[in-house]
Structures are given as structure tokens and as C-alpha cells.
Design a binder for this molecule. Sequence first.
Ligand code: HEC
Length: 105
Amino acid sequence: MKKVVMLLPLAAFLATGAAYAEGGKELTDKYRCTSCHKLDKKTIGPSYQDIAKKYAKDADAPAQMAERIKKGSRGVWGGAPMPAQSSASDEDIKAMVDYVMSLKK
Ligand code: HEC
């Protein structure tokens, strides 16, 4: 019985959490973020894993990241600038930020 009680919340987490992060991942394809960001390698922009790692302990980071995606960003990572991703809605940006932050270890 104890096992069932422990497994239930895990199943619920996997069902909702993973599906949500998956939505964010698909959105990064839809908005072509993937042309500048790869999962685990720096290309034109920093990798999603590096971003998640840099901000893993920063509670303000998701809001700041969303702002930078929306308005563009330069100088934070020391390489190329990111143009404003003005076609993405706030809701989609939030889902993509959640996806990126879900990659921290
Ligand atoms: C034309 C290339 C390009 C595209 C397209 C692009 N990015 Fe970026 N992105 C960059 C670069 C370059 C940086 C680093 C900017 C800097 O140093 O300030 C960056 C930085 C970021 C960061 C880190 C911001 C921070 O707070 O440090 C996030 C998160 C991010 N991008 C997500 C996205 C998402 C999501 C999309 C798609 C909607 C996207 N990017 C599209 C090039 C791009």
C-alpha cells in the first residue's frame, strides 16, 4: 500500500510536468529558436543546458529570460546578440522558459 501512495504523485507529476515541458520544446522548433540554440552545445547562442545551469539558483531568472526573449538581448553571454523574438506570445515564451529551466540537473 505504501508503494502505491508514493507512486501516485510521481505519476501525476510525469503526466503534467513532462507534457508541459514537451510543449515548450515543440515551441522552440516552431519559433526557430533551434537555429541559434542547441540542447547541449553552444552554437550562435548558448545551449539550453548552459542557460539552465547558469540560472539554476536564480529565482528571478525566468522573468528576466522571458523579457530578453521578447525584447532581444546582447552582452549577457559575450557573443552574438539575440534579436527580439516578437512573434512569440507571452504564454508561449513562458512555456519555452519553463522548458529551458526544466533542463537543469
Ligand atoms: C538569431 C539567433 C537567435 C535566435 C533565433 C534565438 N536566440 Fe536566444 N539567444 C541568442 C544569443 C546570441 C543569446 C545570448 C545573448 C546575450 O549574450 O545577451 C541568446 C540568449 C537566450 C537566452 C538566455 C537569456 C538570458 O537571460 O541570459 C534564452 C533563454 C534564449 N536565448 C531563448 C531563446 C528562445 C526561446 C528563442 C526562440 C523564441 C530564441 N532564444 C531565439 C540567439 C538567438
